[in-house]
Each structure stands twice: as structure tokens, then as C-alpha cells.
Design a protein around this ligand. Sequence first.
Ligand SMILES: C[S@@+](CC[C@H](N)C(=O)[O-])C[C@H]1O[C@@H](n2cnc3c(N)ncnc32)[C@H](O)[C@@H]1O
Length: 223
Amino acid sequence: MRLDVFTQVPHAFGWLTEQKPVATVLGGGLELRLFNYRDTTPLRAGQVDDDPYGGGPGMVLRVDVVAAALDATYGAELPNRVVALSPQGRQLDQRLVEELAAEPAIALLSSRFEGFDERIVEHLCTDAVSIGPYVLSGGELPAMVLVDAIARRLPGALAEGSGESESFSAELDGGLEYPHFTRPPEFRGWEVPDVLLSGDHARIDAWRQDESRRRSSRLRSVS
Ligand SMILES: C[S@@+](CC[C@H](N)C(=O)[O-])C[C@H]1O[C@@H](n2cnc3c(N)ncnc32)[C@H](O)[C@@H]1O
């Protein structure tokens, strides 16, 4: 699939592209393109934002700037999903990640300062997505969250089997995964559950299923 990120700070994505699983699928199942609004802005001196009408602090990303970026990139062939990253959008969860990972191409639009001119969200985007009910300073971290979450759902991103029964997966009915332990078997008196050292795989599977159910019911009772 292709993910196109529109941003004022494309260099912020350097770290992400070197990390697994994004690095694993880049150039294979994932094409990641980074676009700077400044490169296509129709305004002088790389201007992309402006003062808000009605007054108030902060700058607002201009609709003509975003339209120019989309026109230059796609012409009339826009991806099915053009997503504004906004704290006011649909909250991201694993279901939405799976939905987006099934698309052939997505554009992710980030903003900074006061955010988008509302006409961008209303007329140029198909979706608005929030990564949680809090406000960050820009859409770059939310875009990276989405790129990472989508990349790990692509074929070949993860080691065989490791992405199938993760927390929130269909295999766990959307619930939480069981707890993991590794060496040493005892540390400061904190012991690994005996069953995991037993070598009895049927008992281990049953224990893991119980733990997963217990954690998931706790999660459901809080939400
Ligand atoms: C400081 S925020 C703007 C907040 C906006 N004035 C408001 O109160 O709703 C600047 C940009 O960061 C991004 N952003 C901040 N928090 C976000 C979140 N929780 N999810 C997705 N994007 C977010 C968006 O692109 C947003 O336009």
C-alpha cells in the first residue's frame, strides 16, 4: 500500500523509517512518501498558514495551500481516503487501523499551531482521525502512530504468527493479550508463574487464555 504524509516537517520521519516494522516493509509492501506543503504552496516565501479570521492566537493552515499540495500530487486521482489528523476526529483504535490497512493508498494530512482551516477537513478530506483525547503540537506524531500501526498489519512486517493474537486482535475477540515473562525465573522474590516453566503446552495455553480473558474483562469493565 502507499501512505502519503503531508507535513511541514518531513525530516521528522527519518527515525521512523529506520525502525522495524516500517523499515521491513518499506520498498516492499509499503511505499511511504513525504510531502512538504511549502514545496507546492502558491504563496510567496513558502507561506502555508495565516491568522485566524475573527482574531485569536495562533496560525491556521490555509485551504488553498493544502488544495495545491493535493492537486500537485494527485491531479484528479485522489486516494480513497484523505485523512486529516485532528484531535477532533474519530478516535483511532485497532478496528480503524485494520480498516485503513486494507486500503491501497491513503493521504495523511498533518497541521500545526491552531490546526486546519475547517474547509480542509470538510471539503478536501474523507476522514478526520484523532490518536486520543489530548492535544499534541502537531500532526507528525499522530501520522507516525498511524504509519507504524498500519505497517505492522502488512504482510511480512512481523515475524510469522507474532501479529495474529496481539491485544485488540480478532483472535482475542478484541481483548488483551496474556502477560509475558522471560529469564531470570526469579528476581527480587518476584517469580515467574510455575505453569510457564512446566513445559506442559496444553496447561500453558489454558493459562494464557484465562489470563487474556481476565485482563480483557477488567478492560471492558473500565470502558
Ligand atoms: C495544537 S493542535 C490544534 C488543536 C486545535 N486548535 C483544537 O483545539 O482542536 C495542532 C495539530 O496537531 C495535530 N494533533 C494534535 N493533537 C492530535 C491528536 N490527538 N490526534 C491527531 N492529531 C492531533 C493536528 O494535526 C492539529 O491540527
